[in-house]
Design a protein around this ligand. Structure first.
Ligand code: BG6
Length: 476
């Protein structure tokens, strides 16, 4: 075992999101959310993208989020498994509609508060620090149907009320907060990202960037509230990360890659630096966008985040000739295939060095501590004759990415911690499949919801336990 690059107290753990794990979609007063309306099958993508309006559930469709992996009832068993691996941090999200079933109530649902209080207490029992996302792809449906979701400025107040309830109810139990999961995904998957559905004849770019403005103001406002409620609170933004590489050194390709990066980083530029970046005026002009701002918004935006969190699955690639036909979406952001890297069965590139590159770019740009809150390989797992799951491919992916993170730390970047995505198998956000698995723990459930939901430790479970015990020194 060689020395470790990871600082003492580095947080090791894994991540889930309420909408992909909890199930219990109507229990204890929970209201319907956007993700509850997204079916498995051919309508999934049109609904996710906001192109097909789906405001009522259909009897002839299967909705993976409704039961998911039943974390709502099994969280004690699941947290115990994470504690067994030695987790010191556990990321999940609060389902907004468990606390505010409609979204516009004045006070939270006590049953929702009770559930999360128990969950966070359970984490604390094992010395696990909760890392909590306030909004991970689940807007209460009532806010979509009555207000048009984030296109409406009223959402800022609804979100602030919800966030304040969380900070007050879980004060002292939760210290690390994220406002919006992968906030830039709003541009790429508007319904699942922000509850947006487009009406005929409107400019989708206008709607998306106006919604983005409301989210950015809301994020800055709740950052301020978090600090007011408890100065110890640490609030982060969250980017669906991964730099764009230019396809060639042709200047036009380099320029396109820079523009593509800016499209995603725009959000973090505001959240981490406290104002719209200078390039945004031209972007808005070219896309025919006029952002309606209110007096005081610029002041609110100055409440910047304490740290920058991000997901990293792969790098991306762009060229000036990029179009709908030659690009495809891994993690819903369109990219050209990169011939220098391997790809997963779902076509997502595997590029550990890209993680180091992304982390260096982000620290150069923001000078704030980083937190890698999602990383992992979605893969099909087989149970062998002995009932074991030998997921060496997952170990290899994670090992290489942890090495890259260690290199980034050696480059001088402060990193708070690392939470692998889907530490226990859950529903895939893009495809709705269970068979695209990320976990150290296998869940017996198939793409159509059949299975016992029993949990089984995979080979990677024992491997990750060793990694954590050695603070990242023992990766073999
Ligand atoms: C991120 C999301 O986009 O990627 C997660 O924050 C998601 O919710 C993860 O699950 C992996 O994507 P997928 O589609 O494989 O689940």
């Amino acid at each position: 075992m060689s020395g470790t690059a990871f600082p003492k107290g580095f947080l090791w753990g894994g991540a889930l999101a309420a909408n992909q794990s909890e199930g219990g979609y109507r229990e204890d007063g929970k209201g319907l959310t956007t993700v509850d309306m997204i079916p498995h099958g051919p309508h999934r993508m049109p609904v996710k993208l906001g192109l097909e309006k789906r405001y009522t559930l259909r009897d002839d469709e299967f909705y993976p989020s409704h039961q998911a992996i039943d974390f709502y009832h099994r969280y004690k068993e699941d947290i115990a498994l994470m504690a067994e691996m030695g987790f010191t941090v556990f990321r999940t999200s609060i389902a907004w509609s468990r606390l505010f079933p409609q979204g516009d109530e004045l006070t939270p649902n006590p049953q929702g508060i009770a559930f999360y209080r128990d969950l966070f207490l359970e984490c604390r029992k094992y010395g696990i620090e909760p890392l909590v996302t306030l909004c991970h792809f689940d807007v209460p449906m009532h806010l979509v149907t009555e207000y048009g979701s984030w296109r409406n400025r009223k959402m800022i107040d609804f979100f602030a009320r919800y966030a304040r309830s969380c900070f007050e109810a879980f004060n002292g139990l939760v210290k690390y907060w994220l406002t919006f999961n992968e906030i830039n995904i709003l541009l790429h998957s508007p319904f699942s990202g922000a509850g947006l559905v487009f009406e005929e004849g409107e400019n989708p770019e206008q709607v998306k960037y106006q919604a983005a403005h409301h989210e950015l103001v809301a994020s800055a406002l709740v950052t301020r509230i978090a600090h007011e409620v408890n100065p110890e609170n640490q609030v982060g933004c969250m980017l669906a990360g991964g730099n764009f590489y230019p396809r060639t050194c042709k200047p036009e390709d380099v320029w396109t890659a820079l523009e593509k990066d800016r499209e995603n980083l725009f959000f973090i530029d505001v959240q981490a630096r406290g104002a719209y970046p200078s390039y945004s005026a031209r972007t808005f002009r070219e896309k025919g966008i006029t952002i309606v701002m209110e007096e005081g918004d610029a002041e609110i935006l100055k409440n910047t985040v304490d740290f920058v969190s991000f997901s990293y699955y792969s790098s991306r690639c762009a060229s000036a000739e990029m179009n709908e036909n030659n690009s495809s979406a891994a993690n819903v952001v369109k990219s050209l295939p990169n011939p220098y890297i391997e790809r997963s069965e779902w076509g997502w590139g595997i590029d550990p060095l890209g993680l180091r590159i992304t982390m260096n770019m982000m620290y150069d740009r923001y000078q704030k501590p980083l937190f890698l809150v999602e990383n992992g390989l979605g893969a099909r797992d087989e149970i062998d004759a002995n009932g074991e799951i030998n997921d060496d491919y997952r170990i290899s992916y994670l090992k290489e990415h942890i090495r890259a993170m260690a290199d980034a730390i050696a480059d001088g970047i402060p990193v708070i911690g690392y939470t692998t995505w889907g530490c226990i198998d859950l529903v895939a956000a893009s495809t709705g499949e269970m068979s695209k698995r990320y976990g150290f723990v296998y869940v017996d459930r198939d793409d159509l919801g059949k299975g016992t939901l029993a949990r089984t430790r995979k080979k990677s479970f024992w491997w990750y336990k060793k990694v954590i015990a050695s603070n990242g020194a023992d990766l073999d």
